[in-house]
Design a protein around this ligand. Structure first.
Ligand code: PMV
Length: 346
């Protein structure tokens, strides 16, 4: 039995995809499998306070850093509608959801992945009280399942350090319904791998990822793109096992540019990269050619650039970023992050 009232708090990280998820079917089923690094510094901390109520129906208040926040309410409402059949107690409580991000407001960093993951962990924490015998495995799989229904990529923010999502015949236990810890060998060069996020453009994106996914329906290159993503997961396996950074760079950068190529070739077409995005990419390529340091970039559905590199190159790369790339960031802002291990209870 759940108590009359109580409070749970979880912190969940953001993640950055290496093979991108772009295109989906109802409800939140990915058109192709994807894989990501779980991050560490970029995270959302969410507290859920709950109190029993008599009438049924979904009822919650939403706070952002302690202050009422109406903008996200419809998204959370849709999320609750979708998950109520899996979360039996949802209608029995009024919830107050208070959420805080570690990264600057509207930095253009997707907070939906970390936010939906943190909220899902809070709900699963409550469910665990009802069902204490639940295995850790089920707990995490169901949290990822719920998070997916909030925001697809959020299902990859429950666990670390690499999470794969989407059924793939060569990946045992892979599923369209939740993310799994990458089941194959990962070379130690990827331990503590770094991701510096360059905040190129902090404004609102002109096209949301929801719309972007929809535009893959009837997209002239969709079938080839989805096949490529399946193939890239196969290609990645020996790269990750052997620590082949050259192969890694080729695959990861190609995935990023392909994602944006899909945006540029949809109807309507759109461009999320900014001039500074391209300046940064060119400088990264120059730097790599000059220094032979395995620094590469990837992109989300936005103008910001994620720079990936091994921790052994941290000093040199971070000096390069500070001296040569910070000027391309809005207000000189960037975030040094690193691969992390998933959501934690606070
Ligand atoms: O989770 P969504 O629906 O916001 O989609 C995110 C899609 C990308 O970030 C562009 C790629 C990915 O796999 O994370």
């Amino acid at each position: 039995e759940l108590p009359e009232n109580g409070k749970v708090t979880w912190k969940a990280p953001s993640n950055i995809a290496l093979v991108k998820y772009w295109g989906k079917k109802p409800v939140q089923i990915p058109a192709n499998p994807s894989i990501s690094f779980t991050l560490d510094t970029c995270a959302t901390t969410t507290s859920v306070s709950y109190g029993k109520k008599n009438n049924g129906g979904i009822s919650f208040d939403l706070l952002f850093e302690g202050k009422a926040k109406e903008d996200f309410k419809p998204k959370i409402h849709t999320f609750f509608e979708r998950i109520r059949e899996y979360v039996p107690f949802l209608d029995k409580y009024h919830f107050t959801i208070d959420t805080t991000n570690s990264f600057p407001h509207s930095s253009g960093i997707a907070s939906s992945a970390s936010g939906m993951a943190a909220l899902s962990m809070c709900l699963m924490d409550m469910e665990k009280t009802l069902n204490p015998a639940m295995s850790d495995e089920l707990f995490h799989a169901k949290a990822s399942y719920l998070a997916r229904l909030g925001s697809g990529s959020a299902c990859r923010s429950i666990k670390g350090s690499m999470v794969q999502w989407g059924a793939h015949k060569n990946i045992p236990n892979s599923s369209n319904l939740y993310g799994i810890e990458y089941p194959f060998e990962i070379h130690p060069v990827f331990n503590g791998f770094c991701d510096t996020i360059l905040l190129v453009h902090k404004g609102q994106k002109q096209v949301s990822s929801t719309v972007g996914h929809q535009l893959m329906h009837g997209h002239p290159y969709a079938t080839n793109r989805f096949e490529q993503a399946f193939a890239n997961l196969d290609t990645l396996k020996p790269i990750l096992a052997s620590g082949d950074l050259e192969g890694f760079i080729k695959l990861v950068e190609s995935e990023a540019l392909t994602l944006h190529a899909m945006m540029m070739t949809s109807m309507p077409y759109f461009i999320l990269m900014k001039p500074d995005t391209l300046e940064i990419i060119n400088k990264v390529w120059e730097f790599r050619l000059d220094t032979k340091i395995p620094l590469c970039f990837t992109l989300d559905a936005g103008a910001n650039v994620h720079l990936l590199y091994p921790s052994s190159e941290k000093e040199k790369v971070q000096k390069f970023i500070k001296d040569n790339l910070a000027d391309h960031c809005e207000n000189g802002q960037y975030i040094n992050d690193v691969v992390g291990s998933g959501a934690i209870k606070i």
